[in-house]
Write a protein that binds this ligand. Structure first.
Ligand SMILES: Nc1ncnc2c1ncn2[C@@H]1O[C@H](COP(=O)(O)OP(=O)(O)O)[C@@H](O)[C@H]1O
Ligand SMILES: [Mg+2]
Length: 498
């Protein structure tokens, strides 16, 4: 007698076979096969639940084995498959279908929701099983996946009834809603032409951006509206993002169809931001996958959290290493940082200017490599009251921005054919050589500007990528001097920091 379940690794996992053996000998109940303590602990719960259901463990030597035996397994959802395989023995009813089961079971036999239901359904589909049995609370999330029947149970009695010949009721499949519907619009932000232009360029080319300005300038307001100018998520992106939320236990009944916007507080721990933990969970950078990670008061985050951003920003994924194994989560997000000016610490008086030492202290947590990964730096001044009152001057601005962005992204899709969701910001040096030739009139300009602003070789490369995006927004095949000039402009604020 055999049932199936799964163990998760990141947003994927592997199929686990659960078998039970009852033999004569000293009464004993053990779970073998590299089961983690979370599974071992469930043996007492399983014993109690079975007793309360009227099926106490017989005085035999009972061994539940999990295979493959050489892969470490963890999860509270092993309760349900283990109970099922035991009941199948007690009732002498073999499982007719090849089912993947997952669920945490209470002492009284209620089946409680788990995390990772969606990846589990995917594993069942991949392995060609006949279906997946999940807690009712997770069924809807898993049923959005096509190609594998999903059954929901509320309690173990339903499993007993199934083993005695009753059919499991499949969950109704739902159509995936992919049309995004945002309540916010960039048009609600009065003025701020520079910031909006920067947003357009940043989203078009997949660049990160930073806004520096006094409190009340509208930085948060702008950031919250950035997801509305992205192209709508494609089906593949939706599935990927929803899987991350499923593993984090954050799916509420539907696929995630809106671009994520995450805005963690600056007090967040490095693990909370980057991901990890004893049982590795996705961090905020993965919850922001394919969307926006807004880091307000950027200078106030823990140094270790900020440094942890570097690798994921480079690679679009994060690898969490544990003793003996490592887990990977996707983390391809757009970083939007916001911070006050140094001066704002001293009341934001116009007459006050920070000394280089004060500046150095204020921006001390922002390392050169981190700053280098943010292509656009802009100052966001306060908007005049009159401008704010004269609102409603540009309804549906997000839609117009989005249309231009989609065009620029289509150019990149053709440019980087077959390379996934690659955007200009992630071009390697070969790509830069090929796609970003410096125009003759741009060479002198770059040299002079670079010297004045203290550009490194890396800064130059980033300027070229940014110029590439600006040219793409204009539909220009060649980068021109004006594109370079605008790109350099966005790296000027970097000087505030050094
Ligand atoms: N450009 C603007 N257009 C419309 N309202 C604005 C603008 N800038 C600021 N506001 C108003 O001021 C409030 C504070 O702005 P906020 O985005 O929180 O500023 P910041 O994050 O820079 O401190 C906003 O909620 C909004 O009501
Ligand atoms: Mg704010």
């Amino acid at each position: 007698m055999k049932v199936y379940t799964a163990s998760l690794l990141g947003i994927d996992g592997f199929l686990v076979e659960v078998e039970a053996d009852l033999s004569r000998g000293l009464p004993d109940f053990r779970i073998i096969g590299l089961a983690d303590t979370t599974i071992k602990e469930s043996s007492e719960r399983i014993r109690a639940a079975l007793k309360n259901l009227g099926y106490p463990l017989p005085a035999r030597r009972i061994t539940v084995s999990l295979s493959p035996a050489d892969l470490r397994k963890e999860g509270a959802w092993f309760d349900l498959p283990i109970i099922t395989v035991l009941l199948s023995h007690f009732l002498s009813r073999p499982m007719e279908k090849r089912l993947l089961l997952a669920g945490e079971v209470s002492l009284y036999g209620e089946v409680k929701p788990i995390r990772g239901a969606l990846p589990m359904a995917e594993i069942a589909r991949r392995e060609g099983l006949d279906g997946v049995v999940l807690p009712r609370g997770n069924a809807e999330e898993a049923s959005l996946l096509q190609g594998v029947p999903v059954y929901a149970v509320d309690n173990v009695q339903e499993i007993i009834a199934y083993l005695q010949g009753e059919a499991l009721a499949p969950v109704q499949r739902r159509e995936m809603e992919t049309k995004p519907d945002y309540e916010l619009d960039m048009g609600e932000v009065a003025g701020q032409r520079v910031a909006k232009r920067a947003v357009e360029i940043a989203v078009a080319g997949g660049h990160n951006m930073a806004m520096v300005g006094p409190p009340g300038a509208g930085k948060t307001m702008i950031a919250q509206r950035i997801p509305t100018v992205f192209p709508p998520m494609e089906r593949r992106e939706i599935e990927e993002v929803t899987k991350i939320y499923s593993v984090a236990g954050l799916v509420k009944n539907s696929y995630i169809t809106l671009r994520p916007f995450r805005s963690p507080h600056h007090s967040i721990s490095p693990v909370g931001l980057i991901g990890g933990g004893r049982y590795p969970r996705p961090g905020e950078i993965s919850l922001a996958h394919r969307g926006v990670l807004f880091m307000d008061e950027f200078t106030e985050f823990q140094k270790q959290a900020l440094e942890g951003l570097r690798q994921p920003l480079e690679e679009g994924r994060v690898v969490v290493t544990r003793a003996g194994y490592s887990v990977e989560f996707p983390s391809d997000f757009m970083l939007v940082a916001a911070m006050n000016r140094c001066e704002d610490r001293y009341g934001g008086l116009e007459v006050y200017e920070c000394s280089p030492a004060e500046r150095k202290r204020y921006y001390s947590k922002l390392s050169r490599p981190l700053v280098d990964r943010i292509d656009l730096w802009i100052e966001v001044p306060r908007v005049e009251i009159g401008d704010i009152l004269r609102k409603g001057d540009f309804p549906r601005e997000s839609e117009f921005m989005r249309e231009r962005i989609i065009k620029a992204r289509e150019i990149q899709k053709r440019r980087f054919q077959g390379r996934g969701y690659l955007t200009n910001s992630r071009m390697g040096s070969k790509d830069i050589k090929k796609f970003c030739p410096i125009p003759p009139e741009g060479e002198d300009f770059l040299k002079t500007a670079g010297e004045k602003l203290g550009f490194s070789a890396r800064s130059i490369a980033r300027v070229l990528k940014l110029a590439r995006t600006i040219a793409d927004l204009e539909g220009q095949e060649k980068i021109k001097l004006t594109h370079l000039m605008e790109a350099v402009n966005y790296r000027r604020v970097e000087r505030i920091i050094w």
